[in-house]
Design a protein around this ligand. Structure first.
Ligand SMILES: [Zn+2]
Length: 198
């Protein structure tokens, strides 16, 4: 176990700060032994869901813009840590996926954070090339907003779009928040199957 390199160690917490590796694991992650260790310790002890995945929110390191929500398995998390390049698990293709392998739009990780109970990852990245992260061609996967407010006029004046939110009996409306695509998906991905599944 390497000594912790970041931050002061709380006194008396040495027993939980290192953690012990997951039995049978590759040694990259600590076993989850106590709430105190998970919340206050200094060893990465990620909690994977029943499918072996952990969600990862990815933002632009410079602007803070949310770029995407992805999932990692243990291998993707390890690869990301080892290489400093974002790797995910593709749920649609069921494979390890180095972001940008096809498109060239790799994500260089400036910082990786884990949340309190270590069941979510946050990557702050710089994106290569056009700066886009979405296979549809936009910078962010969150290129549309959902119009809020169903009652016409009830919140009039608060925000443009609010009063035109939900049409009676119809689905909530979406509004485009990016003015243009940064690349042409057809040109980049060709005939590769679209990861969006119905
Ligand atoms: Zn996307």
């Amino acid at each position: 176990m390497k000594p912790d390199q970041n931050g002061p160690k709380p006194s008396g917490a040495s027993a939980v700060s290192g953690g012990s590796a997951v039995p049978g694991g590759s040694g990259a992650f600590a076993a989850r032994l106590s709430v105190e260790q998970v919340e206050e310790g200094f060893a990465l002890a990620p909690k994977f869901d029943a499918e072996g995945l952990i969600p990862c929110i990815t933002t632009d390191a410079a602007t803070g813009e949310v770029l995407m929500l992805g999932y990692m398995n243990g291998a993707a998390l390890e690869k990301t840590i080892a290489t400093g390049e974002a790797h995910y698990w593709s749920r649609s293709r069921q494979c390890l996926w180095r972001k940008g392998a096809t498109s060239g739009l790799a994500q260089k990780v400036e910082e990786m954070r884990v949340d309190d109970d270590q069941d979510a990852i946050w990557l702050r990245v710089r994106v290569a090339g056009s700066g886009a992260s979405c296979h549809v061609g936009y910078r962010s996967c969150f290129y549309r907003s959902v119009e809020l407010g169903g009652q016409s006029g009830s919140l009039a004046g608060d925000s443009p779009g609010i009063s035109s939110g939900i049409s009676p009996g119809g689905p909530a409306r979406l509004r485009l928040e990016e003015s243009r695509k940064t690349f042409d998906p057809k040109a980049v991905y060709g005939d590769a199957p679209n990861p969006t599944q119905l």
